[in-house]
Structures are given as C-alpha cells and as structure tokens.
Design a protein around this ligand. Structure first.
Ligand SMILES: *Cc1c(COP(=O)(O)O)cnc(C)c1O
Length: 499
C-alpha cells in the first residue's frame, strides 16, 4: 500500500508516512486505496481476540511491516498490564438499540491510548526500516489528554524520547498530576507560562526551524510528532469499529450485513474519520453521527457545507472537543473531492487565509448521505449524564454524554431506530467533578478535590475508581520544569542534555 498527500503530491510507503507525519506540501497522508474486508472476513473476527483483530486489519495498510513485527507491536500495546479490561475495547448494552463502545480502559483513561500505545512501536520500526539511526524525539503541545497519552506510550521505548509542553493554568489538576508524575527515563514535561495556543504555536515553530533541527541533529536526535494527523494514529482506530461490529454480531444483537450507526464525540475529526475508513473497507454502517459541544463548527459544516472558523472559542466541560480547526476533516474532503488534490489544496488555502470555505451544494448532498451532525451545550450534557445514570445506572463522562445527547436528538428528529453504538472516549473518573455535579447537583462537588469527587462517584455508582486515578495520590511529582513562551527551544535542549 502506498500513500499520497491530500494535496496531490507524495508517494511513500506506510512506514514513511508514519515517520514523516505530514507530507511536504502540507497535506495529510492517505492510503492509495481502501483494502476490502469481505463479509466472511468480518464474520471471522467474531472468534478473534482484540489483538488478533488488530493484526488482521492493520496488516492491510502497513504492508512494509512483517506480520511478526505487527503482532509484537500490538501485543505490547494492548498488554493486560496496560488495559484494565481483557476485551480492550468492550461494548456495553444500554438497551436493544443502544450500545456503548468503551475506549477508555488504557493507562490514561481516554481513547487516545488506543492509538498512542501502538504508535511508538510503529515509529521505532519505521525509523529502522528507513535507515534512521538517530533517536526519534517526539515533541507535543497538549491541552491535557494527548500529552499524557503520548508520555505513557513513548515511556521507556528504546530509541525514542517524548517532551510535552502544557499550559501552566490550562489543564485540570488530574491532568497536571498525570503528566508531572510520569515515570521513564526518556520523558520530559514542561509547564509553559502561556495558554494552549502559545504551546501549540511554539511547538510548530520548533518543527519548522532548520536551526533547531540542526541542534537536535548534533545531539543525535530527529524531531517527530505524535499529532492525530499521523496515519500511525489513525490506523489503530479503524480496528475498534470492526471489533464493535464483531461483538454485536457475536452477541446476536445484529446479523451479518445489518447496518449499524455510530455516534462519535468529535474534536479533531480523527476518531470519526476512522469509522468512515472502516465503512470504506466494507463495514456495514448506516449513519455516522458527528457530535460536537458548543464549539459546533462541524455541526454547521455538515448542515450547510460551509466550514466557518470565524467564531468565538468556548471553554466547555468537554475540553478535548474544544477545537475550531478539525485537521483530520481534510482526509474526508479528499474523498469528497474525488481524490483531486488541487480542490483540497484550494479549500485549505481559503481556510488559512479567510478562515472559511464552502464545498458547494452537490458535495454537501453527498456528505449528508452518510453523515448527520448535532451538538449539545454544557447544560444539556450534564442533563444527559443524569438521565442515562438514572435510567441505566451507567455513568458517562462529559464527552461521551455529548454524543449520547446528540443521538437522543437525532432519534427524535428522524425516528431512525437502527442499532447505534455510542463511542465512549473517556472514563467518567477523568472528569469526576463535572460528572459528580451532573449526577448530584452543584453542591455535591463543592468542597471536594478530584480524589474526593472520585470517591463520591464510586459510592454512588458502585463503579470502582480506576487504579490509574488512585495511584496519582501517592506518586511523586518528577517533572517540575517551567519555561517562558520565548524560551521553548532552550527548554527542550536542556531536557535533551539531561540538565
Ligand atoms: C481527543 C478526544 C476527543 C476528540 O477526538 P477527535 O479524534 O479529535 O475527534 C473526544 N473525547 C476525548 C475524551 C478525547 O480525548
């Protein structure tokens, strides 16, 4: 399988797409074609473990990796020591029509583990395949979830290091503790005096600086990104859509060939794009429902065909979806443009220069044949957490609840009663204060810290506090570095030099 750029250029192998991250023309790498999984092959997944399902699907894309390499990478990524559920990505039943795909059983309690546990292994293999001798040094700017997931993924992986910048006052207490207590000899965490945009802009500047690349090179290092536009992050996400279908099949909820809807809490459009890829490969999908919070750029896009980022940015209780530029949408646009790179390049130019573009009536009609979209604000999200808990004794986190609420609206509007999978992207314990407030009201969480809220949630729900949260109470803070906005390069070099 070779890979092209969404903007027309490039033809690289899978390992190169993973190693380079972004194409030279600024586009994203897309596979030359979508490998097909026949009905028999999908049916065969029912008898496989998650690990076997992952190998069966990833090998179709990652053709320059040997089976034993993939097998090894996936075995390590989803080991029982890392995921606290033997099914890795279990499907829970709420009612006959409504099921929840839980993607939060990994080390950081959010769905990003599903890909970021695999990526480090794919990265080191890719480096080796392409004769890269230097240490692959990952740089990340995070608003919370990605940083910790990348740190856990790359921690102690030979031939790599991982340096994360987070905004000093821009992450939750649990998120900060999760990062600053990270173990491993190759991890660095730096608090930036600034906001997330400052961190992201600073990291982008480091990536595009030839001087900085030379200084890294002198130290035997090559910079790389663990960003969600990397194909190495997208590919492992395709697996769990097939896996969920296979589980529903196995449990007799559906018959082979029955279509299933997925509703996905969406930010950068990576997760739901993987569902689209799965469908292109033959997974029977009815509709893909894109759920947003108050930052509803995508809802508007799927309803009007106009992507318009000229709007106010809102901080919400589902922070991992607080995003106005959804980078991975570019890969969907590429398919909508019948794989014409110039068309995509043109839209992206308009987005950069005018912060808006329109795909036009006929493309919109095409998009709406498959996608629906909706949004929920913080109050609706809290109400949804309470409603679902009262009805099913099932506790959802704030991101998942946005999806659940959007599904409720979709069903009311359409009457569509197709079996639907709500994609659950985080453990409720990762956002314990907001979840507790939703279930028990404003006063319940008032005097409690994150641990107090977790204990209270456990008491109410009977769902045990995950080990990963409990451990944070006693883990020592190892990372105390801070830096100013204009001193990020020096901070990284200091980390590299072990000062
Ligand atoms: C990253 C994230 C999302 C958004 O996923 P995208 O792939 O960026 O659309 C949703 N929920 C949680 C908890 C996340 O961490």
């Amino acid at each position: 399988m070779s890979f092209f750029s969404t903007r027309g250029g490039a033809c690289v192998t899978a390992s190169q797409a993973i190693l380079f991250g972004l194409a030279n023309d600024g586009g994203l790498y897309v596979p030359a074609s979508f490998p097909a999984l026949t009905a028999e092959k999908i049916a065969a997944l029912t008898e496989m473990t998650y690990h076997q399902r992952a190998v069966a699907i990833l090998k179709l894309y990652l053709e320059d990796f040997s089976l034993s390499e993939l097998d090894d990478a996936i075995r390590q990524a989803y080991a029982a020591s890392k995921f606290d559920d033997p099914a890795v990505a279990p499907v829970r039943r709420l009612d006959d029509q409504t099921h929840v795909l839980e993607l939060f059983h990994g080390p950081t309690l959010a769905f990003k583990d599903m890909a970021l546990q695999v990526l480090p292994h794919l990265t080191t293999l890719s480096a080796r395949k392409n004769g890269e001798q230097r240490e692959v040094s990952i740089l990340v700017a995070t608003s919370g979830d990605t940083g910790k997931a990348a740190l856990e993924g790359f921690k102690d992986v030979p031939g790599t290091s991982c340096t994360v910048f987070y905004p000093t006052d821009g992450v939750s207490d649990v998120q900060k503790l999760q990062m600053t207590t990270t173990g491993g000899d190759n991890t660095h965490v730096i608090a930036l005096d600034g906001n997330f945009d400052d961190a992201q802009t600073g990291v982008k500047q480091l990536f595009s600086s030839a001087d900085f690349a030379a200084m890294a090179d002198q130290r035997g290092k090559v910079l790389s990104s663990a960003n969600s536009i990397n194909f190495g992050r997208l590919a492992p996400q395709i697996v769990y859509y097939f896996s969920a279908y296979a589980d529903l099949l196995k449990d007799g909820v559906i018959k082979m060939g029955d279509k299933v809807n997925f509703v996905v809490p969406t930010g950068n459009f990576g997760n739901i794009l993987a569902a689209y890829y799965a469908m292109q490969m033959g997974l029977p999908v009815g509709r893909l429902i894109c759920a947003s919070n108050r930052n509803k750029v995508l809802t508007d896009f799927f309803r009007t065909g106009v992507y318009d980022a000229r709007r106010e940015f809102h901080k919400t209780t589902s922070p991992s979806m607080d995003i106005l530029i959804s980078s991975n949408l570019e890969r969907l646009l590429f398919e909508m443009a019948d794989r014409q790179g110039e068309t995509v390049a043109d839209w992206m130019r308009q987005l950069k220069e005018q912060k808006t573009y329109s795909v036009g009536e006929s493309k919109l009609a095409q998009l709406q044949q498959l996608f629906s979209a909706g949004y929920a604000d913080d109050a609706q999200c809290a109400e949804e957490i309470r409603t679902v808990f009262d009805q099913y004794s099932y506790l959802m986190d704030t991101h998942t609840a946005v999806a659940s609420r959007v599904l409720r609206q979709y069903r009311q509007e359409t009457g569509d009663d197709t079996v639907t999978v709500i994609v659950s992207t985080a453990s409720p314990y990762k956002f314990a204060a907001d979840v507790l407030t939703a279930v028990r009201g404003e006063t319940a969480a008032a005097d409690l810290d994150a641990f107090g809220c977790s204990d209270k949630l456990e008491e109410i729900s009977g769902m045990p506090v995950p080990q990963q949260v409990k451990a944070l109470r006693s883990l020592p803070v190892r990372h105390k570095a801070r830096c100013e906005k204009n001193a990020m390069a020096e901070a990284v070099l200091k980390a590299f030099d072990g000062e």
